[in-house]
Design a binder for this molecule. Structure first.
Ligand code: H79
Length: 434
């Protein structure tokens, strides 16, 4: 009798212990590693795959704009003979980005690396060469941090229960997760990514428990790899107690000012993620303003391009990225490794700070007074446009008034550097007065 009761209790203890094991994160990415990631501030996102042969969207054109059977056969013609990993990374380097994130596998399930798990990979295209591997190597050579995008859903894998308007099967998530783990293991051990960018966590078959298990699995393979917050359920826009991952990922919008939680906005240079012919491209002013407002909100910008099916990046995009890089060569000190504030970004300016300096990225060439409150206990030593003249200012008891000139040194976005007599990185948020 006691024996029976004992084994009954033991069974429940076992159940509870196991439940806890699968629902807790064992090892989290260290603060130092996440801080290092956030210091980079600017990365290049690349959406690419056989779908670029049609110029439709990688994330939702299968069985909509492109017939499903046709879509699933595109890889047989995917032959990007003009692909040159060194050139792509050079474009990234010229843009001033510090990291690069490639869509190793998007929702369609096509693998840009020769995965041993299935036959829907780059190895089975006429091109055959390992694109993920080539990019990882080129990044290493040129000093760019290599990162990988990987979605948790898969319209090609029979075990995944949802197939985008296709003949849905019951699926088998246990088997699917096994395959996914094998694929992640291939990616980590072959390409050593600095960061993993997951997607698709909103799909029903994906659960919080699977996400936590996957996070623990990845941390065992590489405790240092940074992971975005799309491994668990719930919103990816902000961080919460339940988040599975290290930082928030607002999509196609600049994240809200947040000095507490790390975040990275992913935003496209045109409208579509993957290449689309004649897709309207953002102006240089918009690109710079997006970057500065992101840094001014204390976030990173993962700026996306979609290369063409022959392997080239559109020349106009290369040029735009180079223009951003040229701006960063001069003004990068106000972006990389900074902390946002003490003013929140608006349509007029963004602000960042480092040690004794507050930087104001000015979006509008407005001459006349710019008024800010006096920061108690701190004294301004000088105010200067980066690569430009000193800006005269007058300090009263409560306010400092800068006398901005008629012409700013940079028509796209000038940066005013205000140097103080002490560290300004912990000053609380201030209201700009005019
Ligand atoms: O990889 C990029 C996208 O393909 C992927 N996330 C980024 C980084 C993504 N997949 N799905 N989604 C984002 C959300 C999709 C929303 C949609 Fe729609 C709703 C797709 C179809 C309906 C919005 C509205 C886009 C088209 C119509």
């Amino acid at each position: 009798m006691y024996k029976k009761l004992f084994s009954f209790i033991a069974f429940f203890v076992f159940l509870i212990a196991n439940a806890q094991q699968s629902s807790t994160i064992n090892v989290r990415t260290s603060k130092a590693q996440i801080d290092d990631f956030m210091d980079q501030r600017f990365g290049l996102f690349i959406h690419w795959g056989p779908v670029s042969l049609r110029g439709t969207e990688i994330g939702w054109s299968r069985s909509h704009q492109v017939n499903q059977v046709e879509y699933d056969s595109l890889y047989k013609e995917f032959n990007p003979v003009l692909f040159n990993a060194d050139n792509w990374v050079k474009t990234a380097k010229n843009a001033g980005v510090k990291y690069l994130t490639i869509t190793a596998k998007h929702h369609d399930g096509f693998c840009l690396w020769p995965s041993a798990t299935n036959n829907y990979t780059i190895q089975y295209t006429p091109f055959k060469k390992d694109i993920v591997g080539a990019l990882a190597m080129a990044c290493k050579k040129q000093g760019i941090k290599f990162c990988v995008y990987f979605t948790v859903l898969d319209w090609h894998d029979e075990n995944y229960p949802i197939h985008n308007n296709g003949k849905d099967t019951n699926g088998n998530m246990v088997e699917f997760v096994k395959t996914m783990k094998k694929q992640i293991q291939e990616i980590i051990s072959n390409y050593h990514p600095y960061m993993l960018w997951f997607d698709g966590n909103w799909e029903k078959p994906w659960t919080q428990e699977i996400g936590i298990d996957m996070y623990n699995y990845i941390k065992k393979l590489d405790p240092k790899v940074v992971i975005n917050n799309r491994l668990g359920k719930g919103t990816h826009k902000t961080m919460s107690e339940a988040s599975v991952g290290d930082y928030a990922t607002p999509e196609q919008e600049i994240g809200s000012f947040n000095l507490k939680d790390p975040w990275e906005s992913c935003i496209t240079i045109c409208n579509q993620w993957s290449w689309k012919p004649n897709d309207p491209m953002k102006s240089l002013k918009t690109c710079i303003q997006t970057l500065a407002s992101t840094a001014g909100g204390n976030g990173n910008l993962l700026f996306n391009i979609g290369p063409m099916s022959d392997g080239r990046i559109e020349q106009r995009q290369i040029t735009r990225l180079k223009e951003m890089g040229d701006w960063l060569k001069i003004y990068g000190e106000s972006i990389y490794g900074t902390r946002a504030g003490p003013f929140k970004p608006d349509s007029i300016l963004a602000s960042t700070r480092k040690r004794n300096t507050i930087y104001l990225q000015l979006f509008k060439m407005q001459s006349g007074d710019l008024k800010i409150p006096v920061i108690p206990g701190l004294k301004i030593l000088k105010a200067n446009f980066i690569k430009g003249d000193a800006v005269p200012f007058e300090q009263t008891n409560n306010n400092v008034v800068f006398d901005l000139p008629k012409k700013f040194p940079n028509a796209t976005c000038s940066v005013l550097a205000i140097e103080f007599n002490a560290d300004v990185t912990t000053v609380s948020i201030l209201e700009k007065l005019k």
